[in-house]
Design a protein around this ligand. Structure first.
Ligand code: NAD
Length: 479
Protein backbone atom coordinates (compact mmCIF):
# COMPACT_ATOMS: atom_id res chain seq x y z
CA UNK A 1 0.00 0.00 0.00
CA UNK A 2 1.29 3.49 -0.88
CA UNK A 3 2.05 5.45 2.35
CA UNK A 4 -0.26 8.38 2.97
CA UNK A 5 1.36 11.74 2.16
CA UNK A 6 0.99 14.76 4.47
CA UNK A 7 1.62 18.31 3.28
CA UNK A 8 2.14 21.31 5.57
CA UNK A 9 -0.49 23.81 6.63
CA UNK A 10 0.31 27.46 5.94
CA UNK A 11 -2.02 30.47 5.74
CA UNK A 12 -5.16 28.37 5.98
CA UNK A 13 -4.27 25.90 3.24
CA UNK A 14 -2.44 22.70 2.61
CA UNK A 15 1.01 23.51 1.21
CA UNK A 16 3.62 21.35 -0.53
CA UNK A 17 7.20 21.86 0.72
CA UNK A 18 9.24 24.47 -1.17
CA UNK A 19 12.04 21.92 -1.62
CA UNK A 20 9.65 19.30 -3.08
CA UNK A 21 10.75 16.58 -0.64
CA UNK A 22 8.93 14.34 1.83
CA UNK A 23 10.37 12.00 4.47
CA UNK A 24 8.99 8.72 5.86
CA UNK A 25 7.47 8.45 9.35
CA UNK A 26 7.56 5.01 10.99
CA UNK A 27 5.14 3.00 13.06
CA UNK A 28 7.42 1.96 15.97
CA UNK A 29 5.37 -1.14 16.76
CA UNK A 30 5.61 -2.52 13.24
CA UNK A 31 8.94 -0.88 12.46
CA UNK A 32 7.68 0.18 9.03
CA UNK A 33 6.92 3.58 7.46
CA UNK A 34 3.22 4.36 7.32
CA UNK A 35 3.20 7.93 5.97
CA UNK A 36 5.32 10.57 4.29
CA UNK A 37 5.69 14.02 5.80
CA UNK A 38 6.57 17.23 3.97
CA UNK A 39 10.22 18.16 4.51
CA UNK A 40 9.94 21.86 5.20
CA UNK A 41 12.67 24.40 4.47
CA UNK A 42 13.63 27.84 5.72
CA UNK A 43 11.54 29.22 2.83
CA UNK A 44 8.44 27.46 4.20
CA UNK A 45 9.18 28.82 7.68
CA UNK A 46 9.41 32.32 6.24
CA UNK A 47 6.08 31.91 4.40
CA UNK A 48 4.40 30.59 7.55
CA UNK A 49 5.78 33.31 9.85
CA UNK A 50 4.76 36.03 7.39
CA UNK A 51 1.25 34.55 7.19
CA UNK A 52 1.09 34.53 11.01
CA UNK A 53 2.32 38.11 11.16
CA UNK A 54 -0.32 39.28 8.64
CA UNK A 55 -3.07 37.48 10.57
CA UNK A 56 -1.88 39.10 13.80
CA UNK A 57 -2.12 42.62 12.40
CA UNK A 58 -5.19 42.66 10.14
CA UNK A 59 -8.03 40.51 8.93
CA UNK A 60 -10.58 38.27 10.60
CA UNK A 61 -8.46 37.16 13.58
CA UNK A 62 -7.19 40.64 14.48
CA UNK A 63 -10.75 41.98 14.26
CA UNK A 64 -12.37 39.38 16.50
CA UNK A 65 -13.56 40.67 19.86
CA UNK A 66 -12.04 38.93 22.87
CA UNK A 67 -15.38 37.23 23.57
CA UNK A 68 -15.65 35.97 20.00
CA UNK A 69 -12.06 34.73 20.22
CA UNK A 70 -12.97 32.84 23.40
CA UNK A 71 -16.06 31.31 21.75
CA UNK A 72 -13.92 30.21 18.81
CA UNK A 73 -11.42 28.55 21.14
CA UNK A 74 -14.20 26.66 22.87
CA UNK A 75 -15.40 25.47 19.45
CA UNK A 76 -11.88 24.23 18.69
CA UNK A 77 -12.03 22.26 21.95
CA UNK A 78 -15.32 20.71 20.84
CA UNK A 79 -13.70 19.79 17.52
CA UNK A 80 -10.97 17.88 19.35
CA UNK A 81 -13.54 16.11 21.51
CA UNK A 82 -15.49 15.03 18.41
CA UNK A 83 -12.33 13.64 16.78
CA UNK A 84 -10.49 12.31 19.84
CA UNK A 85 -10.43 8.67 18.75
CA UNK A 86 -9.17 9.43 15.25
CA UNK A 87 -6.46 11.80 16.55
CA UNK A 88 -5.38 9.29 19.21
CA UNK A 89 -5.03 6.57 16.56
CA UNK A 90 -2.75 8.83 14.53
CA UNK A 91 -0.59 9.50 17.60
CA UNK A 92 -0.28 5.79 18.41
CA UNK A 93 0.69 5.01 14.82
CA UNK A 94 3.50 7.57 15.11
CA UNK A 95 4.80 7.22 18.66
CA UNK A 96 3.77 3.69 19.62
CA UNK A 97 2.37 4.74 23.00
CA UNK A 98 -0.67 2.94 24.33
CA UNK A 99 -3.97 3.83 22.69
CA UNK A 100 -5.62 3.90 26.11
CA UNK A 101 -3.18 6.62 27.22
CA UNK A 102 -3.30 8.71 24.05
CA UNK A 103 -7.10 8.49 23.85
CA UNK A 104 -7.31 9.41 27.54
CA UNK A 105 -5.17 12.48 26.82
CA UNK A 106 -7.22 13.43 23.77
CA UNK A 107 -10.46 13.34 25.72
CA UNK A 108 -8.86 15.76 28.23
CA UNK A 109 -7.17 18.11 25.72
CA UNK A 110 -10.44 19.99 24.92
CA UNK A 111 -10.36 21.34 28.49
CA UNK A 112 -7.35 23.52 27.62
CA UNK A 113 -9.33 25.20 24.85
CA UNK A 114 -12.43 25.57 27.01
CA UNK A 115 -10.45 26.96 29.96
CA UNK A 116 -8.27 29.43 28.05
CA UNK A 117 -11.24 30.28 25.80
CA UNK A 118 -12.97 31.35 29.02
CA UNK A 119 -10.01 33.58 29.93
CA UNK A 120 -9.82 35.36 26.55
CA UNK A 121 -12.27 38.10 27.58
CA UNK A 122 -10.87 38.47 31.10
CA UNK A 123 -7.57 40.00 30.01
CA UNK A 124 -7.74 43.42 31.61
CA UNK A 125 -5.52 46.46 31.99
CA UNK A 126 -5.25 48.79 34.99
CA UNK A 127 -5.52 52.48 35.86
CA UNK A 128 -2.55 53.21 38.15
CA UNK A 129 -2.95 56.11 40.63
CA UNK A 130 -0.43 58.43 38.96
CA UNK A 131 1.78 60.56 41.24
CA UNK A 132 2.19 63.43 38.75
CA UNK A 133 -0.35 66.23 38.53
CA UNK A 134 -2.03 66.67 35.17
CA UNK A 135 -1.48 63.17 33.92
CA UNK A 136 -3.65 60.16 33.44
CA UNK A 137 -2.26 56.72 32.63
CA UNK A 138 -3.68 53.31 31.90
CA UNK A 139 -2.19 49.96 31.04
CA UNK A 140 -3.31 47.34 28.58
CA UNK A 141 -2.17 43.86 27.65
CA UNK A 142 -1.41 43.04 24.06
CA UNK A 143 -0.50 39.76 22.35
CA UNK A 144 3.27 39.32 22.48
CA UNK A 145 3.41 38.67 18.72
CA UNK A 146 3.99 35.68 16.48
CA UNK A 147 4.87 32.63 18.59
CA UNK A 148 7.13 29.78 17.42
CA UNK A 149 5.87 26.53 18.95
CA UNK A 150 8.18 23.50 18.99
CA UNK A 151 6.90 20.18 20.35
CA UNK A 152 8.33 16.69 21.08
CA UNK A 153 7.08 13.24 20.11
CA UNK A 154 5.89 11.80 23.40
CA UNK A 155 2.51 13.55 23.79
CA UNK A 156 2.24 15.66 20.64
CA UNK A 157 -1.27 17.11 20.92
CA UNK A 158 -1.47 17.40 24.72
CA UNK A 159 1.76 19.42 24.79
CA UNK A 160 0.66 21.43 21.76
CA UNK A 161 -2.56 22.35 23.56
CA UNK A 162 -0.62 23.57 26.61
CA UNK A 163 1.02 26.11 24.33
CA UNK A 164 -1.46 27.14 21.66
CA UNK A 165 -4.61 27.35 23.81
CA UNK A 166 -3.21 30.19 26.00
CA UNK A 167 -1.33 31.75 23.04
CA UNK A 168 -4.52 32.01 20.97
CA UNK A 169 -6.56 33.18 23.96
CA UNK A 170 -4.03 36.01 24.33
CA UNK A 171 -4.61 36.93 20.66
CA UNK A 172 -1.27 35.68 19.33
CA UNK A 173 -0.80 33.76 16.10
CA UNK A 174 1.51 30.75 15.92
CA UNK A 175 3.78 28.69 13.72
CA UNK A 176 4.08 25.11 14.95
CA UNK A 177 7.04 22.80 14.31
CA UNK A 178 6.00 19.33 15.53
CA UNK A 179 8.53 16.56 16.12
CA UNK A 180 9.73 14.97 12.88
CA UNK A 181 8.66 11.62 14.41
CA UNK A 182 5.05 12.59 15.11
CA UNK A 183 3.82 15.26 12.71
CA UNK A 184 0.62 13.64 11.41
CA UNK A 185 -1.70 14.32 14.35
CA UNK A 186 -0.75 18.02 14.47
CA UNK A 187 -1.38 18.44 10.74
CA UNK A 188 -4.72 16.67 11.04
CA UNK A 189 -5.73 18.74 14.07
CA UNK A 190 -4.95 22.01 12.35
CA UNK A 191 -6.89 20.93 9.25
CA UNK A 192 -9.89 20.20 11.51
CA UNK A 193 -9.47 23.59 13.22
CA UNK A 194 -9.84 25.32 9.85
CA UNK A 195 -12.95 23.29 9.06
CA UNK A 196 -14.29 24.55 12.40
CA UNK A 197 -13.78 28.18 11.33
CA UNK A 198 -10.26 29.15 12.44
CA UNK A 199 -9.19 32.04 10.15
CA UNK A 200 -6.15 31.56 7.89
CA UNK A 201 -2.67 32.33 9.20
CA UNK A 202 -3.56 31.94 12.90
CA UNK A 203 -2.13 28.42 13.32
CA UNK A 204 0.42 27.35 10.72
CA UNK A 205 2.37 24.09 10.71
CA UNK A 206 5.80 23.62 9.15
CA UNK A 207 7.04 20.04 9.34
CA UNK A 208 10.61 18.82 9.02
CA UNK A 209 13.78 18.53 11.05
CA UNK A 210 14.88 20.47 14.11
CA UNK A 211 18.21 21.64 12.82
CA UNK A 212 16.64 23.22 9.74
CA UNK A 213 13.01 24.23 10.18
CA UNK A 214 13.17 24.32 14.00
CA UNK A 215 16.28 26.50 13.98
CA UNK A 216 14.90 28.73 11.19
CA UNK A 217 11.73 29.29 13.20
CA UNK A 218 13.63 30.27 16.34
CA UNK A 219 15.83 32.66 14.35
CA UNK A 220 13.09 34.30 12.26
CA UNK A 221 13.02 38.04 13.07
CA UNK A 222 9.21 38.24 13.10
CA UNK A 223 8.92 35.55 15.79
CA UNK A 224 8.82 37.31 19.17
CA UNK A 225 8.40 34.34 21.48
CA UNK A 226 9.44 30.70 21.36
CA UNK A 227 7.72 28.05 23.42
CA UNK A 228 9.44 24.68 23.44
CA UNK A 229 9.06 21.25 25.01
CA UNK A 230 11.85 18.77 24.50
CA UNK A 231 15.30 17.81 25.65
CA UNK A 232 17.50 20.15 27.68
CA UNK A 233 20.23 19.94 25.00
CA UNK A 234 17.87 21.37 22.38
CA UNK A 235 16.40 23.79 24.92
CA UNK A 236 19.85 25.23 25.58
CA UNK A 237 20.44 25.74 21.84
CA UNK A 238 17.05 27.43 21.45
CA UNK A 239 17.62 29.64 24.48
CA UNK A 240 20.96 30.82 23.12
CA UNK A 241 19.58 31.52 19.64
CA UNK A 242 16.51 33.33 21.02
CA UNK A 243 18.65 35.44 23.35
CA UNK A 244 20.56 36.89 20.39
CA UNK A 245 17.37 38.68 19.27
CA UNK A 246 15.94 39.24 22.78
CA UNK A 247 13.06 36.84 22.16
CA UNK A 248 11.10 35.54 25.09
CA UNK A 249 11.22 31.81 25.75
CA UNK A 250 9.26 29.21 27.66
CA UNK A 251 11.20 25.97 27.98
CA UNK A 252 9.78 22.69 29.31
CA UNK A 253 12.74 20.33 29.43
CA UNK A 254 13.82 17.04 30.93
CA UNK A 255 13.80 15.52 34.40
CA UNK A 256 15.24 12.89 36.72
CA UNK A 257 12.37 12.97 39.14
CA UNK A 258 12.65 11.35 42.59
CA UNK A 259 9.78 9.21 43.85
CA UNK A 260 10.36 8.98 47.62
CA UNK A 261 8.93 6.15 49.75
CA UNK A 262 9.03 6.56 53.54
CA UNK A 263 8.68 3.61 55.90
CA UNK A 264 5.36 5.03 57.14
CA UNK A 265 3.82 4.97 53.64
CA UNK A 266 0.96 2.81 52.44
CA UNK A 267 3.42 0.44 50.79
CA UNK A 268 0.98 -1.06 48.31
CA UNK A 269 -0.03 2.38 47.04
CA UNK A 270 3.61 3.47 46.90
CA UNK A 271 4.63 0.40 44.90
CA UNK A 272 1.78 0.95 42.42
CA UNK A 273 2.78 4.62 42.16
CA UNK A 274 6.43 3.72 41.64
CA UNK A 275 5.61 1.23 38.88
CA UNK A 276 3.28 3.55 36.98
CA UNK A 277 5.62 6.46 37.74
CA UNK A 278 8.42 4.91 35.71
CA UNK A 279 6.87 2.33 33.38
CA UNK A 280 3.81 4.25 32.11
CA UNK A 281 4.45 5.36 28.55
CA UNK A 282 7.47 3.01 28.60
CA UNK A 283 9.30 5.61 30.69
CA UNK A 284 9.08 8.16 27.89
CA UNK A 285 7.66 11.03 29.91
CA UNK A 286 9.47 14.08 31.19
CA UNK A 287 8.00 13.45 34.65
CA UNK A 288 8.99 9.77 34.84
CA UNK A 289 9.78 8.89 38.45
CA UNK A 290 13.12 7.47 37.38
CA UNK A 291 14.85 7.65 40.79
CA UNK A 292 13.09 5.63 43.47
CA UNK A 293 14.34 6.72 46.90
CA UNK A 294 13.33 4.16 49.53
CA UNK A 295 13.80 4.38 53.29
CA UNK A 296 16.20 1.63 54.38
CA UNK A 297 13.82 -0.25 56.70
CA UNK A 298 11.32 -0.93 53.87
CA UNK A 299 13.81 -1.10 51.00
CA UNK A 300 13.76 -4.88 50.48
CA UNK A 301 9.99 -5.14 50.85
CA UNK A 302 9.38 -2.29 48.36
CA UNK A 303 11.87 -3.66 45.82
CA UNK A 304 10.45 -7.21 46.13
CA UNK A 305 6.86 -6.09 45.57
CA UNK A 306 7.83 -3.69 42.82
CA UNK A 307 9.74 -6.33 40.87
CA UNK A 308 6.86 -8.81 41.27
CA UNK A 309 4.41 -6.26 39.91
CA UNK A 310 6.59 -4.93 37.07
CA UNK A 311 7.40 -8.49 35.96
CA UNK A 312 3.75 -9.05 35.09
CA UNK A 313 3.51 -5.98 32.81
CA UNK A 314 2.18 -7.08 29.45
CA UNK A 315 4.16 -5.88 26.44
CA UNK A 316 2.61 -5.78 23.01
CA UNK A 317 0.52 -3.99 20.43
CA UNK A 318 -0.16 -0.46 21.69
CA UNK A 319 -3.60 -0.53 20.06
CA UNK A 320 -4.59 -3.53 22.20
CA UNK A 321 -6.27 -2.24 25.35
CA UNK A 322 -4.77 -5.09 27.42
CA UNK A 323 -1.19 -3.97 26.64
CA UNK A 324 0.62 -2.23 29.51
CA UNK A 325 4.05 -1.55 28.00
CA UNK A 326 4.49 -0.48 24.38
CA UNK A 327 7.58 -0.02 22.24
CA UNK A 328 10.18 2.75 22.43
CA UNK A 329 9.30 5.44 19.90
CA UNK A 330 12.48 5.84 17.87
CA UNK A 331 15.48 3.62 17.00
CA UNK A 332 17.85 6.28 18.43
CA UNK A 333 15.95 6.34 21.72
CA UNK A 334 15.91 2.53 21.80
CA UNK A 335 19.71 2.43 21.38
CA UNK A 336 20.10 5.11 24.07
CA UNK A 337 18.02 3.13 26.60
CA UNK A 338 20.05 -0.04 26.00
CA UNK A 339 23.27 1.98 26.33
CA UNK A 340 22.18 3.32 29.72
CA UNK A 341 21.46 -0.23 30.88
CA UNK A 342 25.07 -1.12 30.03
CA UNK A 343 26.33 2.03 31.73
CA UNK A 344 24.43 1.21 34.93
CA UNK A 345 25.90 -2.30 34.95
CA UNK A 346 29.41 -0.94 34.41
CA UNK A 347 28.89 1.55 37.25
CA UNK A 348 28.18 -1.34 39.58
CA UNK A 349 24.40 -1.04 39.98
CA UNK A 350 22.65 -4.38 40.60
CA UNK A 351 20.18 -5.49 37.95
CA UNK A 352 17.11 -7.06 39.59
CA UNK A 353 14.66 -7.01 36.67
CA UNK A 354 14.79 -6.85 32.89
CA UNK A 355 17.88 -5.30 31.40
CA UNK A 356 17.42 -6.48 27.83
CA UNK A 357 15.70 -5.80 24.58
CA UNK A 358 12.53 -7.88 24.73
CA UNK A 359 12.63 -10.98 22.59
CA UNK A 360 9.56 -10.14 20.50
CA UNK A 361 10.61 -7.90 17.55
CA UNK A 362 9.96 -4.16 17.40
CA UNK A 363 11.60 -1.53 19.61
CA UNK A 364 10.78 -3.20 22.94
CA UNK A 365 12.89 -3.00 26.10
CA UNK A 366 11.94 -5.01 29.20
CA UNK A 367 10.93 -3.03 32.28
CA UNK A 368 14.27 -2.71 34.07
CA UNK A 369 15.09 -2.14 37.74
CA UNK A 370 18.53 -1.45 39.24
CA UNK A 371 19.20 -1.45 43.00
CA UNK A 372 22.33 -0.44 44.86
CA UNK A 373 22.40 2.80 42.90
CA UNK A 374 24.38 5.74 44.28
CA UNK A 375 23.05 9.16 43.41
CA UNK A 376 26.38 10.11 41.85
CA UNK A 377 26.07 7.41 39.17
CA UNK A 378 25.12 8.47 35.66
CA UNK A 379 22.03 6.24 35.87
CA UNK A 380 20.85 8.48 38.76
CA UNK A 381 21.82 11.80 37.20
CA UNK A 382 21.04 11.57 33.49
CA UNK A 383 17.67 11.31 31.82
CA UNK A 384 17.21 7.91 30.17
CA UNK A 385 13.68 8.47 28.83
CA UNK A 386 12.93 4.76 28.93
CA UNK A 387 11.68 1.96 31.25
CA UNK A 388 14.70 1.97 33.58
CA UNK A 389 14.34 2.55 37.32
CA UNK A 390 17.24 3.39 39.67
CA UNK A 391 16.52 2.48 43.33
CA UNK A 392 18.47 4.40 45.97
CA UNK A 393 18.18 3.76 49.74
CA UNK A 394 18.04 6.57 52.32
CA UNK A 395 18.13 6.79 56.14
CA UNK A 396 15.97 9.75 57.12
CA UNK A 397 14.07 12.80 55.92
CA UNK A 398 17.14 15.01 55.66
CA UNK A 399 18.96 12.49 53.53
CA UNK A 400 15.89 12.01 51.32
CA UNK A 401 15.73 15.77 50.71
CA UNK A 402 19.46 15.97 50.00
CA UNK A 403 19.29 13.11 47.49
CA UNK A 404 16.12 14.43 45.85
CA UNK A 405 17.69 17.87 45.34
CA UNK A 406 21.08 16.55 44.26
CA UNK A 407 20.16 16.75 40.60
CA UNK A 408 20.53 19.34 37.89
CA UNK A 409 16.84 18.79 37.15
CA UNK A 410 13.79 19.84 39.13
CA UNK A 411 10.62 18.88 37.30
CA UNK A 412 8.57 16.51 39.47
CA UNK A 413 8.80 14.59 42.74
CA UNK A 414 6.65 12.03 44.54
CA UNK A 415 6.39 11.64 48.31
CA UNK A 416 4.75 8.57 49.85
CA UNK A 417 3.99 8.99 53.56
CA UNK A 418 1.08 8.85 55.99
CA UNK A 419 2.61 11.65 58.13
CA UNK A 420 0.86 14.88 57.16
CA UNK A 421 3.55 17.07 58.68
CA UNK A 422 6.23 15.28 56.72
CA UNK A 423 4.18 15.69 53.54
CA UNK A 424 4.14 19.49 53.98
CA UNK A 425 7.82 19.63 54.95
CA UNK A 426 8.88 17.62 51.94
CA UNK A 427 6.72 19.71 49.61
CA UNK A 428 8.48 22.82 50.95
CA UNK A 429 12.00 21.46 50.77
CA UNK A 430 12.05 19.75 47.37
CA UNK A 431 13.16 21.98 44.51
CA UNK A 432 10.81 20.85 41.76
CA UNK A 433 7.96 22.41 39.83
CA UNK A 434 5.48 19.78 41.02
CA UNK A 435 5.39 17.67 44.19
CA UNK A 436 2.87 14.83 44.35
CA UNK A 437 1.99 13.41 47.77
CA UNK A 438 0.59 9.85 47.79
CA UNK A 439 -0.03 10.10 44.07
CA UNK A 440 2.12 10.57 41.01
CA UNK A 441 1.79 12.10 37.55
CA UNK A 442 -1.44 14.12 38.05
CA UNK A 443 -1.52 17.18 35.76
CA UNK A 444 -4.30 19.57 34.85
CA UNK A 445 -5.01 22.73 32.88
CA UNK A 446 -5.67 24.31 36.30
CA UNK A 447 -2.25 23.90 37.92
CA UNK A 448 1.06 25.43 36.81
CA UNK A 449 3.53 22.96 35.32
CA UNK A 450 7.23 23.44 34.64
CA UNK A 451 10.66 23.02 36.09
CA UNK A 452 13.29 24.41 38.42
CA UNK A 453 16.96 24.36 37.41
CA UNK A 454 17.75 22.60 34.10
CA UNK A 455 14.14 21.44 33.77
CA UNK A 456 13.23 24.72 32.17
CA UNK A 457 12.04 28.30 32.22
CA UNK A 458 8.46 29.39 32.78
CA UNK A 459 5.26 27.59 33.69
CA UNK A 460 2.46 26.21 31.54
CA UNK A 461 -1.17 25.65 32.59
CA UNK A 462 -3.21 27.56 35.14
CA UNK A 463 -4.32 31.19 34.94
CA UNK A 464 -0.75 32.52 34.94
CA UNK A 465 0.23 30.74 31.73
CA UNK A 466 -1.66 33.23 29.59
CA UNK A 467 0.64 36.06 30.76
CA UNK A 468 3.52 34.33 28.94
CA UNK A 469 1.81 35.36 25.70
CA UNK A 470 0.95 38.94 26.70
CA UNK A 471 2.96 42.17 26.79
CA UNK A 472 2.01 45.10 29.04
CA UNK A 473 1.72 48.55 27.53
CA UNK A 474 1.46 51.81 29.51
CA UNK A 475 -0.32 54.79 27.98
CA UNK A 476 0.24 58.32 29.42
CA UNK A 477 -2.09 61.24 28.69
CA UNK A 478 -1.32 64.84 29.54
CA UNK A 479 -4.71 66.10 30.67
P1 NAD B 1 14.18 17.00 21.21
O1 NAD B 1 14.76 18.12 21.97
O2 NAD B 1 15.07 16.11 20.47
O3 NAD B 1 13.16 17.57 20.12
C1 NAD B 1 12.05 18.37 20.48
C2 NAD B 1 11.69 19.25 19.29
O4 NAD B 1 12.75 20.17 19.04
C3 NAD B 1 11.46 18.49 17.98
O5 NAD B 1 10.37 19.07 17.31
C4 NAD B 1 12.76 18.75 17.23
O6 NAD B 1 12.63 18.67 15.84
C5 NAD B 1 13.06 20.17 17.66
N1 NAD B 1 14.47 20.58 17.49
C6 NAD B 1 15.58 19.80 17.52
N2 NAD B 1 16.69 20.56 17.33
C7 NAD B 1 16.28 21.85 17.20
C8 NAD B 1 16.94 23.10 17.00
N3 NAD B 1 18.26 23.18 16.91
N4 NAD B 1 16.21 24.21 16.94
C9 NAD B 1 14.86 24.16 17.07
N5 NAD B 1 14.17 23.01 17.23
C10 NAD B 1 14.86 21.87 17.31
O7 NAD B 1 13.27 16.21 22.24
P2 NAD B 1 12.44 14.88 21.99
O8 NAD B 1 13.42 13.76 21.88
O9 NAD B 1 11.44 15.07 20.89
O10 NAD B 1 11.60 14.77 23.34
C11 NAD B 1 12.12 14.18 24.47
C12 NAD B 1 12.56 15.21 25.49
O11 NAD B 1 11.51 16.09 25.79
C13 NAD B 1 12.96 14.61 26.81
O12 NAD B 1 14.17 15.18 27.27
C14 NAD B 1 11.83 14.98 27.75
O13 NAD B 1 12.16 15.04 29.09
C15 NAD B 1 11.39 16.26 27.19
N6 NAD B 1 9.99 16.53 27.54
C16 NAD B 1 9.72 17.51 28.45
C17 NAD B 1 8.42 17.76 28.83
C18 NAD B 1 8.11 18.85 29.82
O14 NAD B 1 6.99 19.31 29.83
N7 NAD B 1 9.04 19.29 30.63
C19 NAD B 1 7.39 17.02 28.28
C20 NAD B 1 7.68 16.02 27.37
C21 NAD B 1 9.00 15.80 27.00
Amino acid sequence: MQPQRYDMFIDGESRKPAGGEWFPTDNPYLGTPWAEIAKGTAQDVDDAVRAADRALRAGPWAELTASARGALLRRLGDTIAANARHLAELEVRDNGKLFTEMYGQLTYVPQWFHYYGGLADKIEGTVPPIDKKGYFAYTKKEPVGVVGVITPWNSPLLLLAWKIAPALAAGCTVVVKPSEFTSASTLELVRLFHEAGLPPGVVNVVTGFGQDVGAALVEHPLVRKVTFTGSDATGRRINEAAARDFKQVSLELGGKSPNIVFADADIEAAVNGAVSGIFAATGQTCIAGSRLLVQESVHDEVVGRLVDLARTARMGDPMDEATQVGPITTPAQYAKVLDYIDIAREEGARLVLGGRAADRGGLFVEPTVFTGVRNTMRIAQEEVFGPVLAVIPFKDEDEAVALANDSRYGLGAGVWTTDIGRAFRMADRIRSGTVWVNTYRAVSYLTPFGGFKDSGIGRENGIGAITAYLADKSVWINT
